[in-house]
Write a protein that binds this ligand. Structure first.
Ligand code: PRP
Ligand code: URA
Length: 206
């Protein structure tokens, strides 16, 4: 399953983040803001428990999140979404997976990995702004499943039909939430119209 979260507030911010004239400071701020909106939607079905809270007047039956949540940014561009999701779930644990696409072949290579044990019983949320061919996301999901992860969700900012198909084919149990499903990939496997190289735009490299 995948869901494109198309609220006007997200569409407005997407227009700004795509713009070639948006510099790295504003790009980072927009990535954080868009992430908050998309994650808000992605987290709508997480488990809650009932708690009684004493208000100044009486006892209120309330609900609080009842899941171990592990957020996994795919280095390096995924770090640009971390503040956004942690502002929604400040108690989340964070795991890291370092993956880099080869510029010629677009195949991902792993260079780092560190996961909290809680991926086994909790819900794992992979964050990466770009789900292009899907190679990096599928590799991250494979790694999490090897470590015993059960429930996995992917949140990105921009994807395309090719990336979604790759994830759904390899991992039909994993849901993907995105701010945009763009038309496709160019010959260099970049999403078009996309927003360019997310890592470079976030960190001001190149
Ligand atoms: C980008 C992006 C994803 C990946 C998407 O990272 O952040 O991780 O490419 O492409 P795919 O779906 O075809 O695998 P990149 O490898 O450029 O590394 P970076 O984040 O360090 O810039
Ligand atoms: N990586 C990016 O940063 N952008 C794309 O469009 C594809 C892969």
């Amino acid at each position: 399953m995948h869901e494109e979260v198309t609220h006007p507030c997200i569409q407005h911010k997407l227009a700004l983040i795509r713009d070639i004239d948006t510099g790295h400071k504003m790009f980072r701020e927009l990535a954080t803001e868009i992430t908050m909106f998309v994650c808000y939607e992605a987290l709508k079905n997480i488990r809650v428990k009932e708690v009684d809270v004493e208000t100044p007047l009486t006892t209120a039956r309330c609900h609080m999140i009842d899941e171990d949540i592990v957020v996994i940014p795919i280095l390096r561009a995924g770090i640009g979404m971390l503040d956004g999701i942690l502002s929604l779930i400040p108690s989340a644990r964070v795991g890291f997976v370092g993956l880099e696409r080869d510029e010629e072949t677009a195949q991902p290579a792993t260079y780092y990995e560190k996961m909290p044990l809680q991926v086994k019983n909790g819900i794992s949320i992979i964050i990466d702004p770009m789900l292009a061919t899907g190679g990096s996301t599928v590799a991250a999901i494979n790694m999490l499943k090897e470590q015993g992860a059960g429930r996995i969700v992917v949140v990105c900012i921009v994807t395309c039909p090719e990336g979604l198909a790759a994830v759904h084919e390899a991992h039909p149990d994993v849901n993907v939430y995105t701010a945009s499903i763009d038309p496709g990939l160019n010959e260099k496997k970049y999403i078009v119209p996309g927003l360019g190289d997310a890592g470079d735009r976030l960190y001001g490299t190149k």
